[in-house]
Each structure stands twice: as structure tokens, then as C-alpha cells.
Design a protein around this ligand. Structure first.
Ligand code: HEC
Ligand code: HEC
Length: 637
């Protein structure tokens, strides 16, 4: 096959420019490598397929004189890692939980290499971006083929690379204050160096690079994100699902009452787990023409789905996030995302199966929760700090605990991707259309439908004309909302978060200890209301960020109240890691326009000793060292 090599001319040679424009072009070029964009567009639009490369007999493609990249022959089915989990057998209960978790750990900790799906082909979704990023004087085709980008993913090889520290300490016998890492690190956050950069448009457009707003110009990245720890995420997901379920049931109650009482506006206060999310109103002209007034909804997207994961409140479940993290960080494209297609053009299909994403999700959600460790001598200060958090209002957002009603975590089976479904249109696209909605959001709406369908007194309550009719209708269905069994049985993989009756050695040590259970209920000390808050322009991104539902985006400057369990071990702080100390993190709450400003101002007015009380309290919220690992002796607490 004849290969076509588009020639690369520096823009300045192609288009003679006047002196002044040339100077500007050069100034820009030296920073942003603009000429390669034009060259790369030729590359991407040429029609000769992916055959830029000589392929050795072993399937290794030679991409320049010295560089080789292993791309397997096209269409090869990716070898799955062992232990390999089959989704059908998983749903039939054929694997012991310990085995599933071990399989998930294998997905999380082992690096993904090219032969196990890592990377994308020369013409993959990020080829233009890679051409710019990796062009360091090579030929036109090298940079696009080189499977690394750093900005906008393909930035690492394993989940563990970024979720790998549970804090540092100075050993008791150390001669200096230099720190070493604590043992048992998996599931932790990472240092500032592992910040993820997200910019799906890099380097498409000059406005993107320079910004349209002169005060915020020059954005190499749209979103810089500090890796959080993933301990206790099963509890967090379950809380969020229950909250979404309750909010959506309240909305449905209003709608049903409005349909039965035409031309009368019905309003319901949205409240779940004691937290207010504003109001929701519906007026119906006929039973099929209703208008919803969601302008009173606060702290949650108007689809009433609580999305506790990612700083901006993007993902409603760990599964959805893990699926997209695999794609974003490694270009490992899950079957549940792209079907049996090779959307990243690396020659491999089925890069990770549904069963193996289930295992990965089980592993991540079942990490033990963070805990509190109060250093000797600091008991009084920690106690005073905890009290002050409430007195000055930190806990108005960082709510000390939320209670799960039914501690059954459902790892939802995703809908199959039809063979004719197009590949995602955006690079490492995170959103799903409504038709492919799944996970926590789907579980919530399924539960709401079922609870209303099963309650015999719904019809009578709907027709009631009383002032609080929606509220009464909601109270009627509420007891059924979190009932354990979700029909049809075995459709999803269920895990008892309490691990009731599970022998200690039947599952890996990293799941123990669990939070104390009270029947099916569990109090989760996460220090968050899982609500969205505006934190001021200074903490804002320049762009809205799409959530896991294509119709809803997280607005700039709006973040979920960050959980504080584990905060004593997770520096740096805030969504982009800009705060190195807890004091700085708190100070940043006080920027102009932030909802937290009044509280941050109160913190600033506390005495130095009182501020230290709060810092001591926060410092006592620790990430757990793996069981069986000896706790280090600290030189300084
Ligand atoms: C390059 C570093 C990096 C890698 C690799 C990485 N993560 Fe993350 N992880 C992050 C960052 C950064 C965030 C926050 C993202 C955001 O807020 O948008 C995050 C967030 C998460 C969260 C949400 C936690 C919360 O409380 O909000 C989970 C769960 C998670 N990662 C699991 C995974 C899994 C599973 C993998 C492997 C498939 C993985 N991560 C790979 C950096 C990384
Ligand atoms: C209006 C709600 C609100 C109030 C009040 C509030 N916070 Fe926050 N807090 C947040 C949000 C939202 C974030 C995440 C912001 C970001 O990343 O930019 C956050 C982040 C933090 C962090 C950093 C978390 C991390 O993992 O990096 C700390 C520490 C913190 N808050 C402590 C406090 C303390 C102490 C107070 C009281 C002085 C307080 N907060 C009051 C909403 C609030």
C-alpha cells in the first residue's frame, strides 16, 4: 500500500506574513507550537488508513528510525486478566466475594500495557492532541503514534499510580524530620505531582489556549484535578443512591398530585437525610400537559441525582467513574462503553469486559472506611475542635454523618451497547445519553417506580385535595423505597456493605473493619452533605464540566462538599491541589462570592488556640493502614 506523508511546512514559510503579524505568530508559536496543528489536521484528514508504519513480523510497528510501539494486529480480542470475572456467573453467585475482590485488585494495581489494551492507535481519538504534545522535532507520524499525552489522559498505566498514598510520617528513630510513606498505601490519594489535567479541546482553538476572558487567559488545561482517596466509597455511593431515590420520589409525588388536581400548582419541599434541596413544583393543565418549576431546586442537578464522586459532582456511581477513568487515563475502553468495537483504533477489541469492570468496582467500593485516631495528649483539643466545627458552621456543609437505611450496595449491570452504536464523539467522553443511563441514577428511578406501583393506597392519596397532599403521598411510599430486594432478582451484583456473617479471612484484609451496623442501617461519618455549593470565582474553572448525564453539566465554581473523612492524610487540598495546608484550604473557603465565606470569616476570627483545635480535629481524621501492617511509630504527631 502506498503511504502518503503529508509534508510539514512551518506556517511562516507557507504564508508570507507582514513583519508585525510574523512577530506575533512567532511569539505564540514558541509557546504553543501552533504550526503542528495545521500539519496534524492534514494527517488526520488523509485517507490512507492507519498504515503509516512499518510493521515487524512480531506485530510491532516501527514508527521512526529508533522508536517502536507495540500495536497488535487489528481486531484482536484483548486477553483478559486473571482472575477473569464473567458477568453472568457473577450474577449467578458463582464466585466467592473474596475472589471477586482479588480480581478487582488485579485490575486496579497492575499496569495496563499495550497488549492488555493500554493506549490508542496512530489515528485514535487523541491523535491530533498527541501530535502536538509529542512533537519534539520528530517526523509527522511519530508524535501522533506515540501513545502518551499527559494533558487529557493517557497519563498513566494503573489506577494505583494515582491512588497510592495514605500519608507520610517521620519515623520515631529518624535523625531528621524527613518523611517516609506510610505502609499499606492502595486506595489512597496522591501527591500534587499526580494531578490530572483534563482538556478535551487541547489544542483545537486559539481561544481555548488564550482564553476569551482576559483575566483568566492561557489555559493549558480546562480542569486540574487533585486525586482523592477512594476509601469508604461503597458507603458514599449507597448514601447518594438513597438520597436520589428519596428526592425523585418526592418529585413524583408532586407530579401525580398535580395531574389529579388540574390547574393547581403543587409544591413539595425536597428533603433527604435531613438535608434540604429546595423545592419542586408542578402545574398540570391536562393529565398530559404539565409544567415543572425546578427553579427552587438547590444543591443538586435538576434531574435530582446526587453525584457524590469527583470534585464537581460528576459521577453518580463508582462503576460509571471507573469505566471512564479506564478510558481517560489508559485508553482502556470497556465493552460497556464502546461495545465490541475498536474505537481507539489500537487494534484491540473488548479491552475490559463487563465482568471485570464489576470486579474493579467491587474492589474500589469495598475499601474500608477512614477512621479517627486521636494522638495522646490531644484529646481535649480534638474534642474542642469538633465542637467548634459545628459552632462556627463548618458542619452546615461538612455534615458529620449521614445514615444509610439499607446497607446493600448494588453494582448495576450496564445496558449492552448496540453493535451499530457510534463510537463516542468526544475524546474519552464521560457522559451517557439518557437512553444509556445506568447505575446509581437508574437504581434510584427503578426503586421509585416500584415503590409507587406496589403501594395500594397511592390512588386515593393522589386524589386527596389537602394542602400537603404530595407530602402525604410521599410518606406513604417512603418505607418501600429502600427495600432490599430490587426486582428482577439477580439483575445486579449486590454486596452487603456490613459483610454480616462473612468470616474475617473469607475476604481480603483491606475491607476490614466495617462501620458498625444497626440492623440494616449504618451511620457514615463522612463529613459531607453531598450537596453542591458555589465556592466563588477564584476557585472556579473557566468551563462547565459535563456530568455522567449528557443533559446536565457542573457549573464553574460549583463543587460537592468534599468529604473530610481521611483529611488528616490527604494533602494537598482542594479540587486542584492548590492548598498545601489545612489552614490554606480553609482560608480559600473565604474568597469573594463563596457560599462558605461567612463561615470562613468566623474561622478567621477565632483565637489561634481555637483554630488549632479545628486543625487538630481535622488531623485526627485518618486513612487506615492496612490490617496486618504494623502501625508506624511517629516522631511527631
Ligand atoms: C492520573 C491519575 C489517576 C489515575 C491513573 C486514576 N485516578 Fe481516580 N482519580 C483521579 C483524580 C484526579 C480524581 C478526581 C477527578 C475529578 O474530580 O474529576 C479521581 C477520582 C476517583 C474516584 C472518585 C473518588 C471521589 O470521592 O470523588 C474514584 C472512585 C477513582 N478515582 C477510582 C479510580 C480507578 C478505579 C482508576 C483506574 C481505572 C483510577 N481512579 C485511576 C486521579 C487518577
Ligand atoms: C458552603 C459549604 C461549606 C462550608 C460552610 C465549609 N466547607 Fe469545606 N469544603 C466545601 C467544598 C465545596 C469543598 C471543596 C472545594 C474545592 O475543592 O474547591 C470544601 C473543601 C474543604 C477542605 C479540603 C478538602 C480536601 O480534601 O482537599 C477542607 C479541609 C474543608 N473544606 C474544611 C472546612 C472547614 C474547617 C470549614 C469551616 C471553617 C468548612 N470547610 C466550611 C464546602 C464547605
Amino acid at each position: 500500500m502506498k503511504t502518503h506523508h503529508p509534508s510539514r511546512h512551518p506556517a511562516t514559510k507557507k504564508n508570507p506574513l507582514t513583519f508585525s503579524t510574523l512577530a506575533i505568530a512567532l511569539a505564540i508559536t514558541s509557546v504553543y507550537t501552533i504550526p503542528s496543528i495545521a500539519a496534524e489536521q492534514n494527517l488526520a484528514s488523509s485517507t490512507d488508513g492507519v498504515q503509516y508504519f512499518e510493521r515487524s513480523k512480531s506485530g510491532i510497528r516501527k514508527i521512526s528510525k529508533d522508536l517502536y510501539v507495540a500495536f497488535p494486529p487489528a481486531g484482536k480480542v484483548t486477553p483478559q486478566r486473571e482472575p477473569n470475572i464473567d458477568q453472568q456467573l457473577l450474577l449467578q453467585g458463582k464466585y466467592p466475594l473474596g475472589y471477586v475482590l482479588e480480581a478487582g485488585q488485579n485490575q486496579f494495581n497492575l499496569p495496563f500495557l499495550p497488549d492488555t489494551g493500554h493506549g490508542e492507535g496512530a489515528k485514535g481519538p487523541r491523535s491530533k492532541q498527541r501530535a502536538v504534545w509529542n512533537s519534539r522535532g520528530g517526523t509527522v507520524e511519530d508524535p501522533a503514534a506515540w501513545p502518551f499525552l499527559r494533558v487529557n489522559g493517557i497519563d498513566s498505566q494503573s489506577c494505583y499510580e494515582c491512588h497510592n498514598t495514605i500519608g507520610e510520617y517521620t519515623p520515631a528513630d529518624a535523625k531528621t524530620v524527613a518523611k517516609v510513606r506510610k505502609p499499606g498505601t492502595q486506595g489512597g490519594p496522591a501527591g500534587a505531582a499526580n494531578t490530572a489535567f483534563i482538556n478535551d479541546q487541547f489544542p483545537e482553538d486559539l481561544n481555548q489556549l488564550l482564553g476569551t476572558d482576559p483575566t483568566t487567559k492561557a489555559v493549558l488545561t480546562k480542569f486540574a484535578r487533585n486525586p482523592p482517596h477512594v476509601f469508604g466509597t461503597g458507603y458514599t455511593q449507597r448514601l447518594a443512591t438513597e438520597m436520589s431515590t428519596e428526592l425523585q420520589a418526592q418529585a413524583k409525588a408532586v407530579e401525580l398530585v398535580a395531574k389529579a388536581n388540574l390547574n393547581k400548582k403543587q409544591t413539595q419541599a425536597l428533603t433527604t437525610k435531613g438535608i434540604s434541596f429546595g423545592t419542586y413544583s408542578v402545574t398540570c393543565k391536562t393529565t398530559t400537559t404539565c409544567s415543572v418549576d425546578a427553579s427552587g431546586v438547590v444543591g443538586v442537578q435538576q434531574d435530582l441525582v446526587i453525584r457524590p464522586f469527583q470534585w464537581g459532582g460528576i459521577a453518580s456511581s463508582v462503576r460509571h467513574f471507573a469505566r471512564d477513568a479506564l478510558d481517560f487515563h489508559f485508553s482502556v475502553q470497556a465493552v460497556e462503553k464502546v461495545g465490541h468495537k475498536d474505537c481507539d483504533l489500537d487494534g484491540l477489541v473488548d479491552e475490559i469486559t463487563v465482568g471485570n469492570v464489576s470486579a474493579l468496582t467491587a474492589y474500589v467500593t469495598m475499601f474500608r472506611p477512614p477512621y479517627q485516631e486521636i494522638p495522646k495528649g490531644k484529646e481535649a483539643s480534638v474534642k474542642a475542635g469538633e465542637k467548634l466545627m459545628t459552632t462556627i458552621g463548618c458542619t452546615s456543609c461538612h455534615q458529620s454523618s449521614l445514615t444509610i437505611d439499607n446497607a446493600t450496595l448494588s453494582i448495576q449491570t450496564p445496558p449492552a451497547v448496540p453493535d451499530n452504536a457510534p463510537c463516542p464523539t468526544e475524546v474519552a467522553q464521560l457522559s451517557n445519553s439518557l437512553e444509556t443511563y445506568s447505575d446509581s441514577a437508574k437504581e434510584a428511578s427503578d426503586r421509585v417506580e416500584r415503590a409507587f406501583a406496589q403501594e395500594p393506597k397511592v390512588d386515593a392519596a393522589v386524589k386527596a385535595k389537602g394542602k400537603n397532599a404530595p407530602e402525604k403521598l410521599y410518606a406513604l411510599v417512603k418505607p418501600a423505597l429502600h427495600a432490599p430486594e430490587l426486582v428482577p432478582a439477580n439483575a445486579n451484583y449486590l454486596i452487603d456493605l456490613n459483610l454480616t456473617g462473612v468470616a474475617k479471612n473469607a475476604v481480603p484484609a483491606y475491607v476490614w473493619p466495617r462501620l458498625p451496623a444497626q440492623g440494616r442501617a449504618v451511620v457514615v461519618p463522612l463529613f459531607s452533605d453531598l450537596k453542591l455549593h458555589y465556592m466563588g470565582k477564584q476557585l472556579s474553572d473557566n468551563y462547565a464540566q459535563p456530568t455522567d448525564n449528557a443533559d446536565y453539566a457542573a457549573q464553574p465554581g460549583v463543587f460537592v462538599t468534599r468529604v473530610l473523612w481521611g483529611i488528616g492524610d490527604t494533602d494537598p487540598y482542594m479540587h486542584d491541589g492548590r492548598a498545601r495546608t489545612l489552614t490554606d484550604a480553609i482560608k480559600l473557603h473565604g474568597v469573594e462570592g463563596s457560599e462558605a465565606k461567612p463561615v470562613a470569616d468566623k474561622f478567621a476570627k477565632l483565637s489561634a488556640a481555637q483554630q488549632q483545635n479545628i486543625l487538630d480535629f481535622l488531623g485526627s481524621l485518618k486513612l487506615p493502614i492496612a490490617e496486618g501492617v504494623t502501625a508506624p511509630e511517629y516522631a511527631q504527631q
